[in-house]
Design a protein around this ligand. Structure first.
Ligand code: DQA
Length: 147
C-alpha cells in the first residue's frame, strides 16, 4: 500500500507556531514519526508540504498519477476555505482522511467549516501528531476491507 501525507499552510512551522496549540515538536519530527509508523505497518509513505493552495491541488492530482492507495491530508487554514482542494479529492477518488492537530470543533467559529470533510472518509482532530498515525491505521483497515 502506498500513501501520501499532505500538509498545507504553516505546518512547516510546527514547533515554532503557537506551541500551546500545536505542541513543540517540529514538522521534521512529524515526518519521522509517520515514517517509523509506516515502516512498522509495512506501507510506503511520501510527504508533501506547501503553503500554496495550488500546490496542494497538484499533490492530490499527483497521488492519482502515482496510483496512491490513500491520502492523509491536513490542509491547514485551506481546510476552511478551499473548494479547489475539495474538488481535487473528489476528482481523484482516492480514500482520504482529514487530520487536524488541534481540536478545531472547540476553536473559533471560522474553523468549524471544513470543505474537505464532506469528501473525506473520516476526520480526525484534536489528537496531536498521533492523529496522522491513526489516519494511516484507519486507511489500512478500510483498504483491507475492500479487497
Ligand atoms: C489545523 C487547524 C487549522 O484551523 C489551522 O489553520 C491550521 C492547523 C490543525 O492541524 O489543527 O493551520 O489544520
Amino acid at each position: 500500500m502506498k500513501f501520501v501525507v499532505i500538509n498545507g499552510s504553516n505546518l512547516n512551522l510546527l514547533g515554532i507556531r503557537e506551541p500551546e496549540i500545536y505542541g513543540s515538536r517540529t514538522y521534521a519530527a512529524l515526518v519521522e514519526m509517520i515514517k517509523t509508523h509506516a515502516k512498522e505497518k509495512q506501507v510506503e509513505v511520501s510527504f508533501v508540504q506547501s503553503n500554496h493552495e495550488g500546490d496542494l491541488v497538484d499533490a492530490i492530482q499527483q497521488a492519482y498519477f502515482d496510483k496512491a492507495d490513500g491520502i492523509i491530508i491536513n490542509p491547514g487554514a485551506y481546510t476552511h476555505t478551499s473548494i479547489a482542494i475539495m474538488d481535487a479529492v473528489k476528482a481523484v477518488r482516492i480514500p482520504t482522511i482529514e487530520v487536524h492537530i488541534s481540536k478545531v470543533s472547540e476553536r473559533e467559529a471560522y474553523r468549524q467549516v471544513s470543505y474537505i470533510r464532506e469528501v473525506a472518509e473520516e476526520t480526525i482532530a484534536g489528537l496531536g501528531f498521533e492523529g496522522y498515525n491513526l489516519a494511516m491505521d484507519h486507511l489500512i483497515e478500510k483498504l483491507g476491507e475492500k479487497k
